[in-house]
Design a protein around this ligand. Structure first.
Ligand code: SF4
Ligand code: SF4
Length: 373
């Protein structure tokens, strides 16, 4: 398998303010190009695009191509099963098969295990559920996606050796961080003999849009490589990585991503050294490490556009006051249809689900000071 997977979670939208309506014609063109170039792995989940991603997969992929032309991964939404029962798992799984229009998934995961969701999985006997689905032929390979420490990952893989792979947040920005622990998690998975599916290789797009100095440094080494290409090559070069998922949002990104991982060799030591230098510049320039995964958005009682506000804040702080009008006018446009940052009531729902462990409430205060002051 070529090592790039199409993450169906940041699809182009018919209306930029409506995540539930991906722009189907454009998604079809992207799917066509992806398959034409020899890539096969597609990744969706129950809650992506406000529960519509699976239906788009059916329309853009399943209804248009023979089943053997592609591999499809889907996930059990552990975040929606906190008060759930084992019967809910069965119901959701069957609903997913129906929404996607398939009889089986090639890869099936428990979605977003972290300590609280692992407790849910233990209570619902979710790992036995996975094994049952594998025995029934409805889930060909079983695993879980993961957002917590390497120590907990070690515990889960020790208690559940039956899984075949883990999906990890892995990118060069998080490789050595305390909060994400990409390297430690990767090494833990490898020690347990598991293959790794990489998510967030471009950190929600952050590693595609670098501070000027970092981008210039990378360009000086390889003028024809985009910043995203560096990030994908970093992840795909790891020997136990099965596939690198990229949540592509337009055809241009898809063409760049597929070109980057079409037979690419791992980064050389000299290229890694250049990337390390760029990394220092990126870390110095980025304030909020939000990946725009949107896990926090759905349950916000104030309908605050958390990732969009964080993106504008990061841009504002990166480019300095000369460009202030751009991010300020984006902010003013967003608050026409969303709660303002200052309207956060500190309920904490968002922080409890943020896989990046971002202190969202505190950062929203800073966003409000910056754009509403
Ligand atoms: S803490 Fe604020 S931003 Fe987070 S969910 Fe509650 S109201 Fe929304
Ligand atoms: S704040 Fe956290 S949960 Fe929300 S979009 Fe950013 S990374 Fe995802």
């Amino acid at each position: 398998m070529k090592k790039l997977g199409f993450g169906m979670m940041r699809l182009p939208l018919a209306d930029p303010n409506d995540q539930s309506r991906p722009e189907l014609d454009q998604v079809c063109r992207m799917v066509d190009t992806f398959l034409e170039r020899g890539f096969t792995y597609f990744d969706t989940a129950y809650m992506y695009h406000e529960h519509q991603s699976e239906r788009v997969v059916k329309q853009a992929l399943v209804d248009r191509y023979p089943r053997e032309r592609f591999l499809l991964a889907d996930k059990m939404p552990m975040m929606e099963l906190t008060g759930g029962t084992p019967a809910d798992q069965e119901r959701i799984f069957n609903e997913q098969l129906e929404k996607c229009g398939v009889d089986y998934f090639d890869y099936y995961l428990l979605h977003s295990l972290q300590s609280s969701h692992y407790e849910t999985a233990q209570r619902l006997d979710s790992f036995a559920f996975l094994q049952r689905k594998r025995a029934e032929g409805k889930a060909r390979h079983i695993g879980f996606s993961y957002h917590d420490s390497a120590a907990l990952l070690d515990q889960i893989l020790t208690e559940h050796p039956e899984v075949e792979f883990v999906q990890l947040q892995l990118n060069y920005l998080d490789w050595e961080t305390e909060s994400i622990q990409s390297r430690l998690c990767y090494e833990t998975a490898v020690r347990h003999g598991k293959k790794v599916v990489v998510m967030e290789p471009v950190k929600g797009g952050r590693l595609a849009r670098l501070p000027q100095a970092a981008e210039a440094l990378l360009k000086s080494c390889h003028p024809d490589w985009s910043p995203a290409s560096w990030a994908l090559r970093f992840a795909a070069g790891l020997s136990e990585v099965l596939v690198v998922l990229s949540g592509m949002s337009d055809l241009e990104q898809l063409e760049d991503n597929t070109a980057s991982l079409d037979g690419a060799a791992p980064l050389t030591p000299a290229e890694r050294a250049v990337l390390d230098q760029a990394l220092e510049q990126i870390k110095a320039a980025t304030k909020i490490p939000c990946t725009a995964c949107r896990y926090c958005v759905e349950g916000c009682p104030q309908h605050i556009a958390i990732p969009e506000y964080f993106e504008q804040y990061n841009i504002e702080k990166q480019v300095g006051r000369a460009d202030r009008g751009v991010s300020l006018s984006c902010y003013n446009s967003l608050i026409l249809s969303h709660g303002k940052a200052s309207e956060c009531v500190a309920c904490g729902q968002c922080e409890s689900v943020c896989p990046q462990h971002i202190p969202i409430i505190d950062w929203l205060k800073k966003v409000a000071e910056t754009f509403e002051g």
